[in-house]
Design a protein. Structure first.
Length: 153
C-alpha cells in the first residue's frame, strides 16, 4: 500500500521571493516548523515540533536536489515514515506556480500519517506560505517577528 500527496498552487509573487520563503530557515519556521535548514546540496537538517503519539517531534532530512530557484527536494524521515518532499517552481509574468509533492508513504502506519499530513500540507500551501509571503518585503526579507508555526496545529 502506497500513497503520495500532491498540491499545486499559484502565488502572486516573483519566483525569487517564493524561493526565499521556501528556503530561509526563519521563514520556514513560520509556515512549518523550527529547523536548521540550509539550501545546500547534501545538507542534513532537522525539523523540530511538539512530540505527538508515535512521533518524537523530530523530522530528519537531507537536501538531495537543489536547482535554485526552481527545484528543491529533501528526504523526510520521522516516526513511521521515510519519504521525499519535492517542490518545483516555475516563473511566470504574473506569479509563480508551485508543485508540492510529498511521496513514498508506504505501509499501514505511513498511510495513516499521510492522511493527517495531507490535511496539514493543504493548509500550509494554501494559507501559511501565502501569509509568510505577505509579510516579506520585495527582497524576500521578513518584515515582522511572528512566532514559529507548529506542524501539528
Amino acid at each position: 500500500m502506497k500513497r503520495d500527496l500532491r498540491f499545486e498552487v499559484i502565488y502572486k509573487h516573483p519566483i525569487e521571493k517564493v524561493w526565499r520563503a521556501l528556503t530561509d530557515p526563519k521563514a520556514i519556521a513560520q509556515w512549518l516548523m523550527e529547523n536548521d535548514f540550509e539550501p545546500r546540496l547534501g545538507h542534513k537538517f532537522m525539523f523540530h515540533s511538539k512530540p505527538q503519539p508515535g512521533w518524537d517531534g523530530k523530522t530528519y532530512c537531507e537536501v538531495i536536489e537543489l536547482d535554485p530557484p526552481r527545484r528543491l527536494a529533501y528526504t523526510w524521515r520521522g516516526g513511521p515514515i521515510d519519504t521525499l518532499l519535492r517542490i518545483t517552481l516555475e516563473p511566470l509574468a504574473d506569479g509563480t506556480p508551485m508543485v508540492h509533492e510529498h511521496t513514498g508513504f508506504r505501509g499501514g502506519k505511513a498511510l495513516m500519517v499521510s492522511l493527517i499530513m495531507g490535511s496539514g500540507w493543504k493548509g500550509i500551501v494554501n494559507k501559511r506560505i501565502p501569509a509568510v509571503l505577505a509579510r516579506m518585503d520585495a527582497a524576500g526579507n521578513l518584515t515582522d517577528g511572528v512566532a514559529p508555526a507548529k506542524m501539528c496545529e
